[in-house]
Design a protein around this ligand. Structure first.
Ligand code: PLP
Length: 409
């Protein structure tokens, strides 16, 4: 399978971390922190050099002038998430962007004040939505709906989510779902959610932390109002890398939307006139606050170049096969010591499989890490692993399962 893999050469474009024993590790942690593209260093060095040689003039005369630098990323990112370029901006970090979006798009009223999330949403999202509810004078006990799986099931059924929106939609102000749930690896039916929300007049937002760079997205066509994601997982932008934000074109000139403003969101043609009245740029750029962190963006540019070359559709094709192979090998074990909680249907998952190990999972995760086999542990009982099509191989999958099964027996 590796010999036939048209994407196999992309592995050479990344640094694979070293293990203590110097053996080649199995790195299945791209859902947490993606690996470093070898070209990242030269992108970063270019900016350091321009800073050293040009100082403040780098804003205008750097090889890639810093003033419009974020646009170099916006266009490639828009392509990757299926958006028009004005709909995407790269800025801040994920949770900050989520708050900025909710300040603009969560406008609760006495009759429509609820936020719908999936139960077991990432804690930062839970804190963010609860704090927004309180900020508007409501109580999460009555304004937050969390949809969970049916009894004895691990993942939410898309039809249950749709029925809930159909039934309670009139009281829901915002539907905020993680496109791929961080714990179970479930990929939600985003077009269906967006459509159901639109029918009932709800605002729809997605947290795409685990979806961006993992599955093909068509945000413009699917039509959520907004989406946010981070760039350090499948996008390989580096630890804490600057995040992404999508605002659908239909809001691009809604000047009356409430927003927390900053000077980088101000109309760039008159930004440096330093006038006191805020006049937002059209599109997602109008939500920018600060001048962008060039040194954090440079490695992300390196990674986006690699994505553009590999192509997200080809990556998805390999990903389905790679994760399917992992599932096949694990199931062949017929072990009652672990079970896979991620949906089996390929259209309901991305690269990640979440393996529930009720008894001694944390110790097992530690043991595997010491052997150079990297997944990660999420309380209370989940071992998350993701073979990433850009840099993982079928042989990695085989080696992972050998080590995992030896440790679990
Ligand atoms: C689904 C999800 N949402 C939000 C976050 C928080 O991201 P940040 O720390 O970049 O705000 C994470 C981080 O892993 C995440 O996985």
């Amino acid at each position: 399978m590796d010999a036939r893999d048209p994407l196999r050469s992309f592995r050479q474009r990344f640094f694979i971390p070293k293990t203590k024993s110097d053996s080649e590790p199995v790195y299945f942690c791209g859902h947490s922190l993606g690996l470093q593209p070898k070209s990242a260093q030269s992108y970063l060095e270019q900016e350091l050099r321009d800073w050293a040689e040009l100082g403040v003039e780098g804003h205008f005369h750097a090889r890639n002038p810093w003033l419009p630098y974020h646009r170099l990323l916006a266009d490639q990112t828009a392509e990757l998430v299926g958006a028009k370029s004005g709909e995407v901006v790269v800025m801040n970090s994920l949770t900050v962007n989520l708050h900025l979006m909710m300040i603009s798009f969560y406008e609760p009223t006495a009759s429509r004040h609820k936020i719908l999330i999936e139960s077991g949403a990432f804690p930062s999202d839970q804190y963010a939505v609860k704090s927004q509810i309180r900020f508007h004078g409501f109580d999460p006990a009555s304004s937050l709906i969390e949809i969970g799986p049916r009894e004895k099931e691990s993942c939410v059924r898309d039809e249950d989510l749709e029925s809930l929106i159909e039934r309670d939609g009139d009281s829901i102000a915002l539907i905020m779902i993680g496109g791929v749930n961080y714990a179970t690896g479930q990929l939600f039916d985003m077009p269906r959610i967006a459509e159901a929300g639109r029918r009932k007049g709800c605002v729809v937002g997605f947290d795409l932390a685990h979806a961006a760079g993992n599955i093909p997205l068509h945000l413009h066509e699917w039509g959520p109002d907004f989406a946010v994601w981070c760039s350090y997982k499948y996008l390989n932008g580096g630890p804490g890398c600057v995040a992404g934000c999508f605002v659908h074109e239909r809001h691009s000139k809604e000047w009356a939307l409430p927003r927390f403003a900053g000077w980088w969101g101000h109309d760039e043609k008159v930004r440096f006139q330093m006038k006191p009245e805020f006049k937002p740029m059209p599109g997602a750029e109008g939500w920018q606050l600060s001048n962008p962190p060039i040194l954090a963006m440079a490695p992300l540019r390196a990674s986006m170049e690699v994505f553009a070359e590999a192509g997200i559709e080809r990556l998805r094709e390999k990903s389905i096969s790679l994760t399917g192979y992992l599932e096949f090998l694990l199931q062949r074990e017929k072990s009652n010591r672990f079970s896979i909680v991620t949906p089996q249907e390929k259209h309901r998952r991305g690269a990640q499989l979440s393996i529930r190990i009720p008894e001694y999972g944390r110790a097992l995760c530690k043991k595997l890490t010491a052997e150079g086999v990297f997944g990660d542990w999420r309380e209370p009982d989940t071992f998350r692993v993701a073979p990433v099509p850009l840099y993982n191989s079928y042989q990695d999958v085989y080696r992972f399962v050998q080590s995992f099964c030896a440790a679990v027996r």
